[in-house]
Design a protein. Structure first.
Length: 202
């Protein structure tokens, strides 16, 4: 009987509606956090980057390299609003999904619809020298990761601060975080830190 009661309570917790947005500097581990929330905590994981790539391909707007994705997404935000594509994703997905995590936004405006619905922002942080080593190891299998440290740092600086409300402003978005997860240790430590955040939300 005790086992039944515990199982029933766990089921209630797993069905609690939770909306999250995960943001991070390049190669800090936002995708790993999103995958872990999906695999260990039954979240539906949606990548805003994948959504934008699909938009580019579907509308014949050129290549899906980093530069063109940034250009097209900025133009789309001017057309559809600075929070795009988050409102569109939420309209399609949030009503039917008890646990939803959006991975990859880079603008404060993208966080606003999430917060308005009671969602929380998670920042994933990691020192730049560790992130650069991940780039050199080509963990994402992307040509743009094969750059010098100075180039890597310059790309990050361009995306971190911007006065254009429709362009990337990652620094301002990360400051909005309700939770910060450090991804500078082992995989087991990362799992533990993610589990703790979910525990506080449940």
């Amino acid at each position: 009987m005790l086992v039944f009661l515990v199982s029933k309570q766990k089921g209630k917790l797993m069905n609690k509606k939770i909306l999250l947005l995960v943001a991070a500097e390049p190669l800090a581990g936002k995708d790993k956090v999103g995958d872990t929330l999906r695999d260990r905590h039954r979240f539906i994981r949606i990548s805003t980057g994948d959504f934008i790539r699909g938009y580019v391909i579907g509308n014949g707007l050129g290549s899906t390299d980093r530069s063109n994705l940034n250009k097209v997404s900025t133009e789309a935000r001017r057309k559809f609003g600075a929070a795009w594509p988050v409102p569109e994703i939420l309209q399609q997905q949030y009503g039917s999904k008890p646990r939803l995590v959006l991975v990859g936004p880079r603008l404060p405006a993208e966080a606003e619809p999430v917060i308005k619905l009671g969602g929380k922002i998670i920042a994933v942080r990691c020192p730049i020298h560790i992130r650069y080593e991940r780039a050199r190891a080509n963990v994402r299998n992307r040509p743009e990761d094969n750059v010098s440290f100075d180039e890597f740092k310059a790309i990050e600086e361009r995306e971190s601060v911007n006065t254009d409300p429709y362009a990337h402003n990652l620094s301002a978005l990360l400051k909005m975080a309700h939770f910060t997860i450090q991804n500078d240790g082992t995989e087991a430590q990362l799992y533990q830190r993610i589990d703790e955040v979910v525990r506080q939300l449940s």
